[in-house]
Design a protein around this ligand. Structure first.
Ligand code: HEC
Length: 156
């Protein structure tokens, strides 16, 4: 009896998991491309905010807010914004995604995982107010952005 409930619960979890990507596919391609481009723009807002704080007047709360936002975006499952059919097309402007992103899931997972690791480390450090450590972590974080762009994004 218990085993049956466990099986049913597992089945429900599976169907919820499968519903997520197909839901994204029902959204128009240009909207999905807009969403992903917007999310990256917000990432740039956040990395710029951290840089301004370590290079100028340091404000701990600003760094915490930026780190929280970055860590949320890095763990938001942005992969669902890249369904088949969005290899080309326009969002706010023509997509700059490379075809490689749709072919090499292992590389995407590696690059996305690296970003989430660095944003997690930044979030852990943010409250410390340790400016040299936050500055060093900023360098590792933006390197994770660059590493992914080199493989999976065309230069504008
Ligand atoms: C897992 C890979 C990956 C990581 C990590 C990543 N990006 Fe990107 N980024 C992309 C791809 C792919 C695009 C192209 C999206 C499109 O145009 O459809 C992009 C586009 C952008 C854009 C252009 C958005 C626009 O308006 O077209 C900016 C800015 C950007 N990324 C900033 C960042 C920053 C900052 C980070 C790190 C905090 C980051 N990215 C991390 C893959 C990544």
């Amino acid at each position: 009896m218990q085993a049956m409930w466990v099986r049913m619960a597992a089945g429900m979890l599976l169907s919820v998991g499968l519903a997520a990507p197909s839901q994204a596919q029902q959204v128009r391609a240009d909207t999905l491309i807009k969403w992903r481009q917007s999310a990256y723009q917000v990432m740039t807002w956040s990395t710029s905010r951290i840089r301004a704080n370590v290079e100028g007047q340091f404000n701990r709360d600003e760094v915490i807010r930026a780190a929280q936002l970055l860590n949320s975006l890095a763990n938001a499952g942005m992969g669902t914004l890249y369904p088949t059919g969005t290899e080309s097309g326009s969002g706010w402007h023509e997509t700059t995604v490379r075809p490689e992103l749709f072919r090499n899931q292992a590389l995407v997972a590696e690059r996305a995982g690296a970003l989430a690791r660095e944003t997690g480390a930044m979030l852990n450090l943010a409250a410390s107010g340790d400016v040299p450590a936050i500055k060093a972590q900023y360098g590792r974080l933006v390197q994770a952005c660059k590493n992914c762009h080199e493989d999976l994004k065309f230069r504008e």
